[in-house]
Design a protein around this ligand. Structure first.
Ligand code: 6GU
Length: 229
């Protein structure tokens, strides 16, 4: 999978060099490139924003640098999906991550300030598949941290990135729609707290039933919204 990111802070994406995704990049499973939006400006101050038409607080990112940056990134191979991280977007989720993990090329267009001139989204939709995606109901200062979260959620579903694909099956927000059960490892007693007996019993049926009951109890308690439909 190839991932291009357009941002005024390419350094945010240096963290993709480490951990599992860093390894996937070294193995060639993932190619990530961060492009500096300011490289597509032509004035001495490398200006990317201006005041909003209609008035209001904050600044809006001007369309011209975005147009040129996306011209560049979209001129290269493939049939990418262009993602605009935005608190006004559709809610990102595990099914969307799984869908995007099937793609060969993703482009993340990370806005700052009060957002990007909406014509950039409109124009991009005329030449590529576009998704405006939000992480959740809170506000970040820009799309960069949201893009990092989405990239991690998507890339770990690309075949080969995770060593043991079975570990993807039982986690929260997998097809079952329940939160994960709690996990324990050695020692069996630690600071006066014991691992539940059933996990030491060797009774695989009883363990599976206990885990399922824990998932249902935890989901009912902290995320009852997941049980509605
Ligand atoms: Cl995708 N962007 C910003 N700026 N804030 C957010 C978000 C995205 N998702 C949740 N809050």
């Amino acid at each position: 999978m190839r991932i291009d990111i357009v941002t005024i802070f390419p350094g945010f994406f240096d963290v993709l060099d480490v951990s599992l995704l860093g390894k996937a990049r070294l193995q060639g499973l993932l190619q990530v490139r961060a492009h500096d939006l300011r490289d597509y400006t032509h004035d001495r101050h490398r200006t990317v924003d201006d005041t909003p038409y209609g008035g209001g607080a904050g600044m809006v990112m001007r369309p011209e640098p975005w147009g040129e940056a996306l011209d560049d990134v979209l001129a290269e191979d493939g049939d990418p999906v262009v993602i605009f991280p935005s608190p006004a977007g559709e809610r990102f989720s595990q099914p969307i991550a799984a869908e995007l993990a099937q793609e060969g090329h993703l482009v993340f267009a990370c806005g700052r300030y009060e957002g990007i001139d909406q014509r950039v989204v409109e124009h991009t939709a005329q030449r590529a598949r576009v998704r405006e995606l939000s992480l959740g109901d809170y506000v970040l200062n820009g799309g960069e941290v949201a893009a990092l979260a989405m990239i991690e959620a998507i890339a770990r579903l690309v075949p080969g990135v995770i060593g043991n694909p079975a570990s993807l099956d039982e986690e929260s927000h997998s097809e079952l729609g329940l939160l994960e059960y709690p996990s324990y490892t050695k020692p069996a007693a630690w600071r006066g707290l014991e691992v539940p007996d059933v996990l030491l019993s060797g009774n695989h049926g009883a363990i599976a039933r206990w885990r399922r009951a824990q998932q249902e109890e935890r989901t009912r308690r902290v995320r009852p919204d997941l049980l509605q439909d």
